[in-house]
Design a protein around this ligand. Structure first.
Ligand code: PMP
Length: 413
């Protein structure tokens, strides 16, 4: 039934419908379900004691300032720390290159507000991060999907997309959400070169870059771009807007993230942020700075890495044992997700229904593809559940897959 409100909503809300998958995922919140659906960090690694001590120290030493309104750009010592940290990877940036946001999700929304006119084309790898699509759909974005393989975006196919004249390229080079893939150095260099050739900026979304469990660190696009243009006067003024977050390093409940961009882009984003929420929580910024300032994150990230590596390894081991041989999946070198691929024609939404009967959940992959496809894929999170729960959940999922594949006429081995 239509209510009088239906006529009052702005056009931009029309694409905001709740998907069938969202409805299914609500079921995953039941306590007896083993959920590999969310993108949640392990609560066991939250540094509770450090937060407790930091809250006390902040209230004692800077209480009134921490509880006061603050600068839209963010708490200066925190911005300087982020600039120094980014400098460790040899991108020369200063505090003027840094904006603190209330999560990277907010940064994605602001990027939409600042750059996207209705009908603008955005280049994405397919599959891509659903939250970015949700943010940009509201601004009337259209997407040009570039195929991704087990190494991320197939950059050889990027040039055709750039000829269409897109507003920007959105990419997740490290341990991608949803697929877990990592873009190799050669592809990164080629992307920088092509973006420069066509004058198209790159949005580099990197929440997981530090969560590497094997292999060598690969330089970020922002760093490669700054090298490419010999941009080393201490202020980055290149072609990449880089996003990262404290959500996976400290705690997502903080809602604390940062953008690195040329100062003129930062100024536009600051105006947008002023209108949206004035600034990110002062108290949270002070506390995060207090926790991180003595080098705690370098130590803490080791704990996160070893915890998640163990969980990933257990998951891969049980998948090898329990999944039907018709299934393929990625072997992520880091991050929080892996990507399962079923034979063509098998629908992951149907698998999810059966999986929920066995009390196990994942996210069907179709919705990560803005232009369709991927119905036979699934995103599986390995960071949240403890190893024994992973064993049990993957065993149940393996049985589910065998059942559904057999139902679809596959000879299951
Ligand atoms: N980008 C990507 C690729 C993500 O996976 C996430 C978190 N799921 C975000 C952005 C949003 O992170 P935040 O918690 O900082 O808003």
């Amino acid at each position: 039934m239509q209510t009088p409100w239906e006529y009052r909503y702005a056009h931009r809300t029309q694409k905001m419908g709740s998907s069938v998958i969202r409805e299914l995922l609500k079921l995953t919140e039941q306590p007896d379900i083993i959920s590999f659906a969310g993108g949640l960090p392990a609560p066991e690694v939250f540094p509770l004691k450090e937060f407790q001590d930091a809250c006390n120290a902040v209230l004692q030493n800077d209480g009134p300032m921490a509880l006061q309104y603050g600068a839209t750009e963010g708490y200066r010592p925190l911005r300087e720390m982020i600039a120094r940290h980014t400098g460790r990877y040899s991108v020369q940036v200063c505090a003027e290159n840094v904006l603190i946001t209330s999560g990277s999700q907010q940064a994605l929304d602001f990027i939409g507000r600042v750059f996207i006119n209705r009908g603008d084309h955005i280049v994405v790898e397919s599959p891509t991060y659903l939250g970015a699509l949700q943010a940009w759909n509201a601004y009337g974005a259209q997407y040009i999907s570039v195929r991704a393989d087990e190494h991320g975006m197939v950059v050889d196919e990027l040039e055709a997309a750039l000829r269409v004249g897109p507003k920007f390229i959105y990419t997740l080079p490290n341990f991608q959400n949803p697929s877990g893939t990592t873009l190799p150095l050669e592809r990164r260099l080629k992307m920088i070169e092509l973006a420069d050739k066509y004058g198209v900026p790159i949005i580099e979304d990197d929440p997981y870059g530090q969560l590497r469990y094997e292999g060598e660190h690969i330089p970020s696009l922002v760093m490669l771009d700054s090298q490419y243009r010999n941009d080393n006067n201490g202020t980055y003024s290149g072609n990449v807007i880089y996003l990262s977050t404290f959500s996976k390093l400290l705690a997502p409940g903080l809602r604390l993230a940062w953008v690195i961009a040329p100062p003129e882009v930062i100024r536009r984003l600051v105006m947008t942020k002023q209108a949206a929420d004035l600034h990110t929580s002062s108290f949270n910024q002070y506390v995060a700075y207090e926790v991180a300032k003595g080098g705690f994150l370098d130590e803490h990230v080791k704990l996160i890495r070893s915890t998640y590596k163990e969980r990933r390894d257990v998951m891969l081991e049980v998948m090898d044992e329990m999944f039907p041989s018709e299934m393929r999946w990625t072997h992520p070198e880091g991050g929080m997700f892996l990507w399962g691929i079923m034979p063509e024609g098998v629908d992951a939404a149907e698998v999810l229904k059966t999986a929920l009967e066995r009390k196990v959940a994942f996210v069907p992959g179709g919705s990560f593809h803005p232009n369709g496809g991927g119905e036979n894929t699934m995103r599986i999170n390995f960071s949240y559940s403890a190893p024994n729960t992973i064993r049990e959940g993957i065993t149940r999922l393996g049985l589910t897959l065998k059942e559904v594949l057999a139902r679809n006429g596959h000879k299951v081995l």
